[in-house]
Design a protein around this ligand. Structure first.
Ligand SMILES: Cc1cc2nc3c(=O)[nH]c(=O)nc-3n(C[C@H](O)[C@H](O)[C@H](O)COP(=O)(O)OP(=O)(O)OC[C@H]3O[C@@H](n4cnc5c(N)ncnc54)[C@H](O)[C@@H]3O)c2cc1C
Length: 269
């Protein structure tokens, strides 16, 4: 291991949820209706990495797979403290399900060589599967801890974290190289200063295509061809409204009728 930790943060660009519209006919997000921002949970992932860098010394690399426009989110990541950024963009990456997305991201991490820690957001606000972090860890053959709410200690060999799964908290030691996914409670993401924003405009963003990964990946496992699943339909679940009945008249008689209705419905015996 080097003197400094090597931390990789995975960042997805998502539609600005304040502005995006939902196309009810197709059941899909109309991504053209809104600007794009860093997935909010990935801001927590980035903040966690930058805090480790400030305390222990680290190089923070942000990686995003997406269209060319995702470059703006990587510049934002640099303004918020990442040291360098890599954009994975290619028509051959398009249409990826979570498996192909994870494979592509893991391949880019393999290409980088050695690293200590990968930090992801808990989930995205558009896909919302929370699968990519753990899948990337599996592709890399490294341990992971999901839903990290607190990073308690970092040393040169590993990290001590508190994770919340279901109703339980777990305090877990994770050896490097490892991967964590963080929740929104892990920290409060900083806002970039104007100076940082100006600096990030001039930063070089490395662009890798499918061919750039040819020495570490199989081409057929990217994008649609590497995706065993497709989304058939997206729809909001039907919600049943509360049905109310009013029993009027004499209170005792009304109470008797309520009891008999509740018995009919098997709510009371
Ligand atoms: C069955 C299925 C089919 C799909 N088909 C399509 C399709 O045809 N076309 C299409 O555009 N999308 C498709 N998607 C969406 C696409 O697969 C997801 O956007 C992508 O796999 C990431 O999944 P997620 O958003 O649920 O991420 P999550 O697993 O919720 O994300 C967890 C974390 O992983 C990291 N991460 C996730 N995605 C990226 C990324 N791209 N770059 C860097 N870091 C990332 C972030 O740190 C994030 O916080 C499909 C999804 C599914 C489940």
């Amino acid at each position: 291991m080097n003197d400094q930790l090597d931390i990789i943060v995975l960042i997805k660009q998502v539609p600005d949820i304040e502005k995006v519209k939902f196309n009810l006919k197709t059941g899909r997000l109309d991504r053209s209706s809104a600007g794009a921002v860093i997935n909010p949970f990935d801001l927590n992932a980035l903040e966690a990495a930058v805090q480790i860098k400030e305390k222990k010394g680290a190089t923070v690399t942000a990686i995003s797979m997406g269209p060319k426009t995702a470059e703006s989110s990587l510049r934002d990541a640099i303004a918020r403290g990442a040291d360098r950024a890599i954009l994975l963009t290619d028509a051959r990456f398009a249409g990826a399900d979570t498996l192909a997305t994870s494979y592509t991201l893991a391949s880019a991490i393999k290409k980088l060589g050695s690293f200590d820690l990968v930090i992801c957001g808990e989930k995205t606000i558009d896909g919302d599967t929370a699968q990519v972090g753990p899948e990337v860890a599996e592709f890399l053959g490294i341990p992971h801890v999901a839903y990290v709410e607190e990073i308690r200690e970092v040393n040169e060999d590993g990290i001590l974290v508190k994770s919340k799964m279901g109703r339980n908290y777990y305090v877990i030691e994770l050896s490097f190289p490892g991967l964590i996914t963080v929740t929104k409670d892990a920290n409060t993401p900083r806002l970039p200063t104007l100076k940082d924003k100006i600096r990030s405009r001039k930063a070089e963003i490395t662009v890798w295509t499918a061919d750039s990964l040819s020495d570490v990946a199989e081409m057929g496992r990217f994008g649609i061809s590497g995706s065993p699943t497709t989304v058939a339909k997206v729809y909001a679940p039907h919600t049943e409204k509360r049905r109310g009945r009013i029993f009027e008249g004499d209170p005792e008689e009304a109470a008797r009728r309520i009891v008999s209705v509740l018995k009919e419905l098997n709510i009371i015996g």
